[in-house]
Ligand binder design. Structure first.
Ligand SMILES: Cc1cc2nc3c(=O)[nH]c(=O)nc-3n(C[C@H](O)[C@H](O)[C@H](O)COP(=O)(O)OP(=O)(O)OC[C@H]3O[C@@H](n4cnc5c(N)ncnc54)[C@H](O)[C@@H]3O)c2cc1C
Length: 386
């Protein structure tokens, strides 16, 4: 078997790259460790796509039900600081689009079905054959002769392990809980993020679904708060009223609760010889701004652009230049987002009165300064591309 790009990981980012490049006859195969996702019946987890990510999917013909967010209110529950982001401030119809994770993954896997090798994984990458190709050995003993190996295999990337790359990691000492609810009295298209002692609480609208759920909650809680609880369910039932009061609503929980321990990681180098790390394989961040998948799409977009550019210029691709250009264009942007998220997490963890005062003045101040607000919205909307 041979391919220009062998993709490790048939998640959202791996399949997006496969679809975009295969559509242009740049042959890709995807190697996915797990079985295919057959059903999205248990839809709970969501993703927030910015307009650029949504357009990338539209361009390859992938459409899944989505709920548009027109306005996001961010406020400090322990103070008076508040900032409101509105799509009209950047002349967009919407700020972002909420989709169910399983809906999107299923649609992409269906589209790429004939190119995905399920239930398999890369065991070794032999770079020694010649400059142009390397040989990828799979668990099934099949061999793929390939030019590039793209690690799109998530935060514990198998490709990074095989090449011996080491990431920098840090733990937020927080747990994220997500579930769906039926919520009353909330205008369509509105989302909220509340920073409080009880955690960072985000409520976003949901696309139409069989369970009648209207909103998704993503709630990040300091582990120290969970220490004395018998279960996460107990913490949620004791504390959700606090946010109901703040938002003048009532939540009826209509799904299981899913929880994740939160940490971040990033690699100093995204590339090693013929291999390259993309999306969560290269970096992961705190989910507070819902930007994880959007950074992955921005990486995938730039990677595809560089492959397409080199492939169109000459049939003999200069691997090093192609991959280096990708790394240069994406690494700084990703690190900037990671550092910004860390700054917000630390700022809102603090119980220092002076910091609480400053962050409230800061939030309300930014809300009044048009160019700063526009900068932040544009950044979240994915409009800043190198
Ligand atoms: C609680 C929570 C909420 C989040 N909310 C948001 C949000 O609102 N908005 C947002 O943008 N992001 C959000 N994220 C982040 C987002 O889910 C990730 O950024 C995104 O899923 C990364 O996509 P990916 O394809 O790069 O990696 P993954 O989704 O991790 O996919 C990796 C794929 O590789 C496969 N794989 C793994 N190992 C191997 C192997 N050895 N061989 C072959 N295949 C392998 C896996 O099975 C999987 O299919 C959230 C994350 C969390 C934890």
């Amino acid at each position: 078997m041979d391919a220009i790009v062998t993709i490790s990981g048939g998640g959202i980012i791996g399949n997006y790259i496969s679809s975009r490049l295969n559509n242009l006859n740049i042959k890709c195969v995807v190697v996915e460790k797990n079985q295919e996702v057959f059903s999205s019946e248990s839809n709970i987890r969501t993703l927030t796509l910015n307009p650029i990510s949504k357009k990338l999917l539209d361009d390859i013909g992938i459409e899944v039900p989505s709920a548009a967010i027109k306005e996001i209110s961010v406020f400090d529950a322990e103070g008076t600081g508040k900032i409101v982001f509105d799509a009209s401030e950047i002349n967009h119809d919407n700020l972002s689009y909420v989709v169910f994770f399983d809906d999107l993954l299923k649609a992409l896997q269906e589209s790429e079905h004939s190119k995905i090798i399920f239930d398999n994984e890369i065991v070794s990458i032999n770079e020694d054959t010649n400059d142009e190709f390397c040989e990828v050995l799979l668990k099934s003993k099949d061999v793929i002769k390939t030019t590039f190996v793209a690690g799109c295999d998530g935060r514990n990337s198998n490709v990074a392990k095989i090449t011996g790359q080491k990431s920098k990691r840090s733990d937020y000492n927080q747990t994220a809980i997500t579930f769906t609810t039926i919520s009353e009295n909330i205008d369509e298209g509105r989302a909220f993020q509340i920073f409080s002692e009880r955690g960072i609480f985000a409520a976003m609208p949901l696309p139409k679904n069989d369970h009648g759920a209207t909103h998704t909650i993503v709630w990040s809680i300091n582990n120290s708060k969970l220490k004395n609880q018998t279960s996460i369910e107990e913490y949620v039932s004791k504390n959700i009223h606090y946010f109901e009061k703040k938002l003048n609503t009532q939540y009826k929980i209509c799904s299981d609760l899913i929880s994740f321990k939160l940490s971040n990681h990033y690699f100093e180098d995204y590339i090693s010889s013929s291999t390259v790390l993309i999306g969560d394989a290269a970096h992961s961040i705190h989910p507070l701004a819902g930007q994880g998948i959007n950074l992955g799409f921005a990486d995938a977009d730039v990677f595809c652009e560089e492959i397409i550019n080199s492939y169109n210029k000459t049939r003999k691709i200069n691997k090093n230049i192609t991959l280096k250009r990708y790394e240069i264009r994406r690494k700084k942007m990703n690190l900037l987002m990671l550092r910004s998220m860390d700054f917000f997490v630390e700022l809102f963890k603090s119980q220092n009165l002076l910091l609480i005062l400053l962050r409230n003045i800061g939030l309300s101040g930014v809300n009044k300064i048009k160019f700063l607000k526009t900068f932040f919205i544009n950044h979240a909307a994915g409009n800043n591309k190198l």
